[in-house]
Design a protein around this ligand. Sequence first.
Ligand SMILES: Cc1cc2nc3c(=O)[nH]c(=O)nc-3n(C[C@H](O)[C@H](O)[C@H](O)COP(=O)(O)OP(=O)(O)OC[C@H]3O[C@@H](n4cnc5c(N)ncnc54)[C@H](O)[C@@H]3O)c2cc1C
Length: 309
Amino acid sequence: MKKSSFSLDLLISTILAISTMEILSLLNEDRTTLSFEFFPPASDGASEDLFTTVNELSALHPAFVSVTYGAGGTTRERTRRVVQRIIEETKIPTIPHLTCIGHSREEMTEILNEYAEDGVKTLLALRGDPPRDCPDYDRSQDDFQYAAELVTFIKDHPHDFTIGVAGFPEGHPITPNRLVEMDHFKAKVDAGADYICTQLFFDNHDLYDYRERCELAGIELPIVAGVMPLTTISGMKRMAELAAGSRFPAKLLRVLQTVQDDAKKLREAGIQYSIEQCQDLIEQNISGIHLYTLNKSRATRQIATSLNF
Ligand SMILES: Cc1cc2nc3c(=O)[nH]c(=O)nc-3n(C[C@H](O)[C@H](O)[C@H](O)COP(=O)(O)OP(=O)(O)OC[C@H]3O[C@@H](n4cnc5c(N)ncnc54)[C@H](O)[C@@H]3O)c2cc1C
């Protein structure tokens, strides 16, 4: 009895170890991978809309999808439910984002245990930002100050999670000194990160320069590039607000400006810009392209189809 249960345990852990490698080995292949990002919807209706999107996009066989997390745990349950349901219904490898700001070590252990139970193999480990409506938020008492500490904490968990971390091709606004920022980033990688997923950017030169700066710092992890199709002027303004510090290159603004009074043409121009951006990333052998879907499938499908994914 003991012998067979030992063999079963061994078999299960071997299977787990193989599937843990799944996303990483895809990212390490020569071919650029495609993946999608969703956010946890606030209502039941929006949740059904999201699952229509997920089902439509699953036909594109993404390498993985990811689900964002409300910093401070505001979407803890909702993120988990979306992750569970995507895994159950589609079998697509699903990566929950996890922020550490405002979470105690005990809460973090509970969250990691839950995800281990759900069969989650990979996490995107983030710090998160203090809530916008609490400018005086005091972080000094937080158990985790930076994402590097979360990476170390996840590494110490008995479940062997693959760990992604956030990268900022245009720089992170809180650390204007880019040399110091790279030192912080290297510390996060050295804590045990397995891959990098970047903030959105609109000029590929920023990504290539970032990739080179990572190499010079001795960081050789696969880089998944965050690409956001802009389909409306209001969407662009919202992004400028949310991804603070993002650079909107003149080339993109010129393209959108010429069609700004025609919603349909503007949408097509924004999508075409993303297609060209992705084509160039593929030619430059970037490990992965991560499309920010905003829980909608149309623009994403159009881009993926043009790229022959
Ligand atoms: C791909 C991606 C996905 C994201 N998903 C989410 C999400 O789901 N939910 C959410 O709330 N937010 C999300 N964010 C936003 C992210 O949480 C914020 O941008 C946050 O400000 C930075 O997170 P980080 O993990 O890079 O933090 P860190 O790596 O901790 O870095 C944050 C800042 O602190 C500095 N720093 C790091 N270590 C030190 C140190 N030892 N001393 C001094 N300074 C230091 C860094 O240089 C940087 O400026 C995402 C960002 C990206 C790029």
